[in-house]
Write a new protein. Structure first.
Length: 277
């Protein structure tokens, strides 16, 4: 399995390359822009071309994490338009730097369910229709209080997508645990993967997010912790890393880091130590 990490781009794309190499990451996840701003600023054509030529020398994959503001199920017409624009701009930017997919949070629940299903389906279609065919839209599971809290949500999103070859899911370990899926034991992990296989299809799992959880099972709190320092524990990561079904997938760290500077070498070394030789 490929061990990746979310890395900063402050100062330019070269920052991501430098940080990734410093911590020993095998793949990179980056934001396309400031995550709490609607405008997708991106980078100059020259910077994009340079990064696209350089990153394959050091890493196996680069993905985007979309901005945090998007909500396919929102009730505000203005914010829906902004959501669509932001995702179209992100998926249009992606091929310019060789990004394989854009992971994002699908949106808010209405009474614990996906509310305006026709609206969600239509926006997904409009986003896919308006963006390059090689750009993938990746739905992330949630910690239980928003869309993606149930695997059935992700299954519905895949089925609702107008071009199923261009969509997939990202499974976040902290979110799964917080939502009530006990992947801390081998029995629980195998049961979770069986559900993923039955509801979503293993072929639709694009990547994982590797995060321990500050809070307990089913508490619906999205608070990441360093690997082995939280309530989830190291074992779950060993199950995933050594599962041949994920051999060609990447798992991206989004942890606070032992020095509070984000994903770091120590977290990567912990994950590598869990790999069976």
């Amino acid at each position: 399995m490929i061990i990746g990490a979310h890395v900063p781009t402050a100062g330019g794309l070269e920052t991501a390359l430098k940080r990734g190499q410093e911590i020993g990451a095998e793949a990179l996840q980056i934001f396309p822009s400031a995550p709490l701003q609607w405008k997708i600023r991106g980078w100059s054509d020259e910077a994009c071309a340079s990064f696209k030529a350089e990153w394959p020398k050091h890493f196996q994959q680069v993905i985007f994490h979309g901005i945090y503001l998007t909500n396919l199920a929102g009730t505000s017409a203005e914010n829906l338009a902004k959501t669509k624009t932001a995702l179209i701009e992100t998926l249009t930017l992606a091929p310019k730097i060789g990004v394989a997919g854009t992971v994002f949070h699908p949106g808010s629940y209405a009474d614990g369910q996906i509310g305006p299903k026709d609206q969600v389906k239509q926006i997904i279609k409009e986003i896919l229709d308006a963006t390059p065919k090689e750009s993938m839209l990746i739905y992330e599971n949630s910690a239980g209080s928003t869309i993606g809290g149930k695997l059935e949500d992700l299954a519905w999103l895949i089925n609702a997508s107008s071009d199923k070859k261009r969509v997939g899911v990202c499974l976040d370990t902290c979110h799964a645990f917080a939502a009530g899926y006990d992947i801390s034991t081998l029995e629980g992990y195998e049961a979770y993967v069986k559900q993923v296989e039955q509801l979503i299809g293993l072929e639709n799992v694009f990547c994982w997010h590797f995060n321990d959880s500050k809070f307990g099972l089913g508490e619906k709190r999205d608070r990441h912790e360093n690997i082995g320092e939280g309530k989830l524990g190291r074992n779950a990561f060993g199950f995933i890393l050594n599962d041949p079904r994920w051999q060609k997938r990447a798992g991206y760290l989004e942890v606070p880091g032992f020095d509070d500077q984000g994903p770091d070498q120590k977290n990567i070394e912990i994950l590598k130590s869990l790999l069976k030789k």
